[in-house]
Design a binder for this molecule. Sequence first.
Ligand code: FNR
Length: 391
Amino acid sequence: MSSFVDFQNEIYLAGLGGAVPELPMTAEGLAKRAEELLDPKAFAYVAGSASAERTADANRAAFERHRILPRMLRGATGPGARDLSAEVLGTRLAAPVLTAPIGVLELLHDKGEVLVAKATKELGIGCVLSTAASSTIEEVGAAAGEWWYQLYWPNDHELARSFVRRAEQAGAKAIVVTVDTPAMGWRPRDLELAHLPFLQGKGIANYLSDPVFRAKLATRPEESEDAMRAAILTWIGLFGNHSLRPADLARLREWTNLPIAVKGIVHPDDARQVVDAGADAVVVSNHGGRQVDGAIAALDALTTVVATVGDRADVLFDSGIRSGSDVVIALALGAKAVLYGRPWAYGLGIAGQAGVRHALRLLLADFDATVGLSGCVSAAELNRSLIASVR
Ligand code: FNR
């Protein structure tokens, strides 16, 4: 059994010799360090959300309104004997945490997705690879432990099918269809810098390496700058798909036997529709507030979605997780697992694979400690009775 909280002893023992951690010990600290060190365009791309960033703020504020009621004197076991493991969509994880799909990681580190795959494998948790990645599905599959593939369903079903086939062949254990991004949100931080990385050919490695995509090109993109420009224009025409409907999930079901999760759901009617259409899971998420500003905080949508489809499908959660107690709150409100977003991306930009590992260990150790101090012996035991709503 894992004992993520041993990270604490490791740090205090090193402190006896005078060492203090080189990397910040909180998600907020990682964000601050990243802002100091990263190229402003890269930082803006990760930190930015849509419009006035009200939904990004609301994601955090919603956690402020939910508090844990820790239980005492329950004879809960100590570190090492706690069982934080979970099985989600048939994937066994050392803790109910996966890295959220984050695109264009080359803004932060060359081959970023491969480093994230290695860091998550080492810790026994999962990673979700973005369609908009800078490394290919095959490169990540070769490095990863348990991983899922996130599909941005292109405006061409054959290309979508090809991505899914490649992911399945490369060892993905589930397909996560993100439905909240038929187009990019209005993101002032990127607009101020006139920066959309895809137009520079970044974050499109999975398209450039795909046989169905390449068959649409007159010239190989590697041959010249003009050919690459033509490939990028082809990408622009294919990226978004405003016509996707729940019924399209039936196609996906024909293409693969892998479990299907639909990410980007906050409305209970949408949750019901996609589960009716065959989804095995929904990910309650507002994309970290990057799409519809003014949208409901993801945590505020969680309880209703769990009440609507929780008996028929697994409900996962992201948007606003920054600490171990946030994971406890989301799980206690009914999420089976959480996707962790921006903080590990900052870690990647600051210190590569070691930075991702550090960011993930912070979350997992804090989660481990909080489960135990709340009187629980397992992640599975977390439930609503541990949560109080406060104004
Ligand atoms: C994302 N997210 C995202 N989601 C997705 O399905 N495919 C993608 O390619 C991306 N790309 C992406 C890039 C960046 C820079 C960010 C910050 C986010 C959304 C991501 O999976 C997740 O929903 C959010 O990151 C959750 O919000 P927090 O917790 O990071 O604020």
